[in-house]
Design a protein around this ligand. Structure first.
Ligand code: NAD
Length: 290
């Protein structure tokens, strides 16, 4: 079994980006600037946003974190978005999800300027991605593709099972892997909460992408020997023995599945760091597109 080391791969990608930033600096070009909008004080969201901001600093980007209180109205948030759309120094920005329940997420995502939509969530960018027109790919699926590519894992003609149909992970990765592209050309089955006989399908899969948000859901007896396992899930599980009070669990039961897998991503240190690296790559692309 080979560990798909997302932490190490993401560090390599960040080094590559830092070199690009140095080149930009040398010629007096525009330093990439990523902004993040965070509404409310959700612990996990704050951790994610902070690691994105830190990653920006590491590669030499400028970054801005805009923290808004829980009771921010939809109108106020849309106003902040308008300011970011108009700000010529901001190349790309993200609105950290989930948003408080009183805010319409779709309305907010629609308000983001597609040219600055480095999360790749705007319908214009989702449409372009689907039609294979170059654009910002959503960071998590993009990270999965990059990880498979850098470990030279063949996807062409393989049976892929994706578990979870979210707009940010399951749906886009199923589209990308089925496309006629280098890391693509797979036969993809997209599974979800209404799928019957999931185990029958996973047992036939050469590659399984698990993104459903149920800790340790995929067990060893659901996996064919030699399968490639991509674990996207991140669930905080209470753990008094840890300083933080919790541990992170993936959607894969690592203990039993790693005994069958040929390649597997760990949690933490797998898809998570790749997501951040690809967000930076998209921000660099936003500058290059200008
Ligand atoms: P989600 O939470 O929006 O949706 C869950 C999906 O799982 C749904 O499509 C549902 O149909 C499916 N599902 C639920 N129960 C199922 C079952 N029993 N069998 C089959 N399918 C079932 O999905 P999401 O936003 O993609 O999040 C999934 C997980 O990935 C979460 O743990 C989240 O924290 C994590 N995540 C990680 C990253 C990262 O960078 N590593 C990024 C995004 C999400």
């Amino acid at each position: 079994m080979i560990l798909l080391d997302g932490k190490k791969t993401a560090a390599t990608i960040k080094e590559e980006i830092a070199i690009e930033v140095e080149k930009i600096k040398k010629v007096g070009g525009k330093i990439p600037h990523l902004a993040a909008l965070l509404v409310g004080a959700d612990g996990a969201s704050l951790t994610y946003v902070n690691s994105k901001v830190k990653a920006c600093q590491k590669v030499g980007f400028n970054s801005t974190l805009i923290e808004l209180p829980d009771n921010t109205t939809e109108e106020q948030l849309l106003y902040e978005i308008e300011l970011l759309n108009r700000d010529t120094d901001i190349d790309g920005y993200i609105v950290q999800l989930p948003l408080p329940k009183h805010i319409d997420e779709q309305k907010v995502l629609m308000a983001v300027d597609p040219h600055k939509d480095v999360d790749g969530f705007h319908p214009t960018n989702v449409g372009k991605m689907t039609l294979e027109i170059p654009t910002f790919l959503p960071a998590t699926p993009y990270g999965i593709i990059e990880l498979l590519e850098r470990y030279a894992i063949e996807t062409s003609g393989k049976n892929v099972v994706v578990i979870g149909r979210s707009h940010i992970v399951g749906r886009p990765i199923s589209i990308l892997l089925s496309q006629k592209r280098k890391t693509g050309n797979a036969t993809v089955t997209l599974c979800h909460s209404r799928t019957r006989n999931l185990k029958e399908l996973t047992l036939k899969a050469d590659i399984i992408v698990v993104a459903l948000g149920i800790a340790e859901f995929l067990k060893g007896d659901m996996v064919k020997k030699g399968a490639v396992i991509i674990d996207v899930g991140i669930t905080r599980i209470k753990d008094k023995s840890r300083k933080s009070g919790y541990r992170l669990a993936g959607d894969v039961d690592f203990e039993s599945v790693s005994k069958k897998a040929s390649y597997i991503t760990p949690v933490p240190g797998g898809v998570g760091p790749m997501t951040i690296a690809m967000l930076l790559k998209n921000t660099l692309l936003a500058v290059q597109n200008k």
